[in-house]
Ligand binder design. Sequence first.
Ligand SMILES: *[C@@H]1O[C@H](CO)[C@@H](O)[C@H](O)[C@H]1NC(C)=O
Ligand SMILES: *[C@@H]1O[C@H](CO)[C@@H](O)[C@H](O)[C@H]1NC(C)=O
Ligand SMILES: *[C@@H]1O[C@H](CO)[C@@H](O)[C@H](O)[C@H]1NC(C)=O
Length: 348
Amino acid sequence: MFIPLRVYIPFVIPFLQLAYSTKPDCHPDERYVSLYECSHVYKTAWSWTLMREYDIDVWRRDRRICCPPPGNRIPSTDICGQSPLVPRIVGGSDARPHEFPWMAMLLYLNRSSLEILPLCAGSLINNRYVVTSAHCVVGVPDDLSLKNVRLGEHDITNNPAYDPKCRNQASRCALPNLEVGVEEIIVHGRFNSSFLGRIQNDIALLRLKMPVRYSTGIQPICLQNPDPFTKSRFEVAGWGITNNGSFSRVLQRGVIREKELRVCAGRIRFLDFNVHSQICAGGDGGVDTCSGDSGGPLMATVGRMDNTRIYLAGITSYGSQKCGAIGFPGVYTKTSAFLGWIRGLLRP
Ligand SMILES: *[C@@H]1O[C@H](CO)[C@@H](O)[C@H](O)[C@H]1NC(C)=O
Ligand SMILES: *[C@@H]1O[C@H](CO)[C@@H](O)[C@H](O)[C@H]1NC(C)=O
Ligand SMILES: *[C@@H]1O[C@H](CO)[C@@H](O)[C@H](O)[C@H]1NC(C)=O
């Protein structure tokens, strides 16, 4: 009776393995091809993170992987700008985990103290590039250098991978985050940080060391809106300084409004505000971007219900010292003025 079982088992196991390998869990944006055919992953410097993310087997390079699009491709609205449908609240508050899955935290190493400091933010625009402001990478103190970009972050003090609470209550917890090195920093050629009266072209691109895989916690924001943003209502998010003057542990979100040009020109008198390449917003009191939010997104929501997409309308550039003070708006780099600049620089 039991003898046939022994005979069958060796046949059953290879069959199961075969069935498993033909059912990959690829994202809709990825193709299931051999590693050789996915040249932009194959040519990436191999690291443990790359091998883990793509499930690469060093000994079997002919095996198939989920291959993401090359880094010079801008995702379509089937992929980008998708946030879980949640009621959008006015006022600053904690974001839900992964409400803004394109948020990137820029991590700087202090070479003297070896501390890692999250001093700026950015937005993921495809699997290889993060957009941030130029002043986050130019003119930073000598002892600081930008090392990594952290994606899928929510609560700085808690990596859910190590939190036993999160194994039971999955829905209340964020997903583990992913840290990727920065391969290249590209700053706009006409950005000049030494002349403070004229902060223009405050934009930079970070090329990541490897293409990242999209998940619930990591997704790109939309870049190219077919129409100009007609609504003057924007959302901002960041881990920057909050009302009580300390950095925020949990990602904060808020709604701000675009201001008329004369409001900005009047309040920020000494600065040369350029309506073609900058947006002036905020200043209703309470909600604003602040120190540490620099480089992060000014987001515009377009469409309704399932067709809702979130676009990168602007990049946090500069503001008043008194963040969130009534009547003091902040200035954002207008992304639409730099779409050609961005597209021309993306590489596979
Ligand atoms: C880096 O660390 C050193 C030593 O602790 C400290 O004196 C310095 O202010 C730090 N630099 C920055 C920019 O935080
Ligand atoms: C930046 O602006 C200052 C003041 O106008 C000027 O002296 C300097 O040459 C400029 N630097 C660059 C790199 O354009
Ligand atoms: C800042 O405010 C938040 C929420 O109001 C609070 O949880 C946090 O403990 C406060 N931080 C400090 C340093 O007071």
